[in-house]
Design a protein around this ligand. Structure first.
Ligand SMILES: Cc1ncc(COP(=O)(O)O)c(C=O)c1O
Length: 462
């Protein structure tokens, strides 16, 4: 049964309808009467038949840019297929290595700081309401000093947020609809979808499986997952993610030096997504600002989601250096500040206390342990597929293993694995046409589930 609230329309209501917020009991057999709700001056809770809901249309036209989006956002679609599978096999022990959500508990050194801050909110001295939209100064300072130690960022160049995904959309809101953009292909879907929604793109081109007016920078085993910049068209904005979701590829210092030069030569802005930077255990850069000159061409966005299990707690940040200027000389950071102040009221004070604890020496050790655990999972998955004879990429500096099924459709492989092993993965083509023929296996999982999933993979492919 669905309910509809109406203030001032002549509406058809059941004689058993009740006032808004009061328990609403609908008796389908009771007689309907017509009543002008405005005249009686109360808000009515109305039991509506489905046809009535679909028959009435507002006069508001749908945002034509949103209408360009294809099917659902990738991860809800994966979740939908998982649910359908569970309906078909209600007793199956489904293991989810798809969506990329963290599974291990948040270390206590971090949750205890959040608990303390939370309890303090119940005291006169400890209570706080709205904080600064840009985040609390001690946290901004701690991010600058702990994570960008030799880079020399100032605290007011760090904008604390409720996560990197939210910041990607805020950045798009700042850029507006008249910019052009480039993305790695394959890439995290939020870049392309937010670009489509903002109106930066053309229509979806079914044959090419691409949106018009986006520069897709192909990243494949053939080019070492780094785009050929000599054949890449100039765009205003370049989204670049390293370590990459979904391929797990991590750019070298030489590659990032090329990227920064490319941006500078073209007068472009790089949006560098470093959400997995702390998974890097070799000498590859963890920040774009390790490359000389990057402050003049790059924004960086990051998050505690995958380091400390903050996917539900929500805490991220975006760096906008003072040296980064628009073509008229106006500082990008000032516009981003305006966007943040307009569309956001600051990250939760409890999450910020947790983030500060993440950056304490004990918190950093605890994050290293969590990351180390997921990286062991990556090794187990990588070894499993390699033993089975597959070509496997990523995994080393990232919690994602990118497995190649040459000549096969990603969705077919996804469906076969789900059907035969009850393991949810993610089809590579969901990240862009360059992901066709691959699946992404996430290393976020309890150890026994990772081992069990690998046992099933071996059964399927041996
Ligand atoms: C590359 C990348 N950026 C951003 C995010 C979103 O991070 P957050 O949880 O901080 O919004 C994800 C999450 O999976 C991601 O893979």
């Amino acid at each position: 049964m669905s309910f509809m609230v109406s203030h001032n329309l002549a509406i058809s209501i059941s004689s058993s309808s009740s006032t808004f917020l009061a328990p609403c009991s609908f008796n389908p057999r009771s007689q309907n009467v017509s009543l002008n709700a405005k005249r009686v001056g109360i808000c009515k809770c109305v039991a509506a038949q489905e046809e009535v809901l679909t028959a009435y249309k507002t006069k508001v036209s749908r945002n034509a840019n949103i209408a360009k989006l294809q099917a659902g956002y990738l991860f809800p679609e994966v979740a939908r297929r998982r649910s359908a599978h569970l309906q078909k096999f209600p007793d199956a022990k489904v293991i989810s290595l798809g969506i990329g959500d963290t599974t291990e508990p948040i270390p206590e050194v971090i949750t205890s700081a959040m608990a303390k801050r939370s309890l303090a909110l119940s005291t006169i001295e400890g209570y706080s309401g709205y904080g600064s939209e840009q985040g609390e100064k001690p946290l901004r300072r701690a991010i600058a000093s702990a994570l960008y130690k030799d880079i020399g960022l100032e605290e007011d160049e760090i904008f604390v947020s409720d996560g990197a995904k939210c910041d990607i959309s805020r950045l798009q809101m700042m850029f507006g609809s008249n910019v052009t953009m480039a993305v790695q292909d394959p890439s995290y879907p939020a870049y392309v979808d937010s670009s489509v929604i903002m109106g930066q793109t053309g229509q979806y081109l079914k044959d090419a499986e691409k949106y018009g007016n986006i520069e897709y920078m192909r990243c494949s085993p053939e080019n070492g997952f780094f785009p050929d910049l000599s054949s890449t068209s100039r765009t205003d904005i370049i989204f670049f993610c390293s370590p990459n979701n979904p391929t797990g590829a991590t750019a070298t210092r030489e590659q990032l030096t090329q990227l920064v030069k490319f941006a500078k030569d073209n007068g472009s802005i790089i949006v560098y997504d470093s959400a997995y930077a702390l998974y890097i255990s070799d000498d590859k850069p963890r920040s774009i600002y390790e490359i000389p000159g990057a402050k003049e061409v790059a924004i960086e966005t990051a998050s505690f989601s995958k380091y400390a299990g903050f996917t539900g707690v929500r805490l991220g940040w975006t760096v906008v250096p003072k040296q980064l200027l628009f073509s008229d000389g106006f500082p990008v950071a000032r516009d981003f500040n305006r966007i943040v102040c307009t569309s956001f009221n600051g990250a939760s004070n409890i999450s910020q206390a947790g983030a500060l604890a993440c950056l304490s020496p004990e918190g950093r050790k605890a994050m290293r342990d969590v990351i180390g655990f997921y990286k062991e999972n990556s090794n187990i998955i990588t070894e499993t597929f390699e033993t089975l004879g597959f070509k496997v990429y990523g995994g080393k500096n990232a919690p994602y293993v990118w497995v190649h099924f040459p000549g096969k459709s990603s969705w077919d492989v996804f469906a076969e694995i789900l059907e035969k092993t009850h393991v949810v993965t993610t089809p590579g083509s969901g990240f862009g046409p360059g992901g066709e023929g691959f699946i992404r296996v996430s290393a976020f999982g309890h150890r026994e589930n990772i081992l069990e999933a690998c046992r099933r993979f071996k059964q399927l492919y041996n």
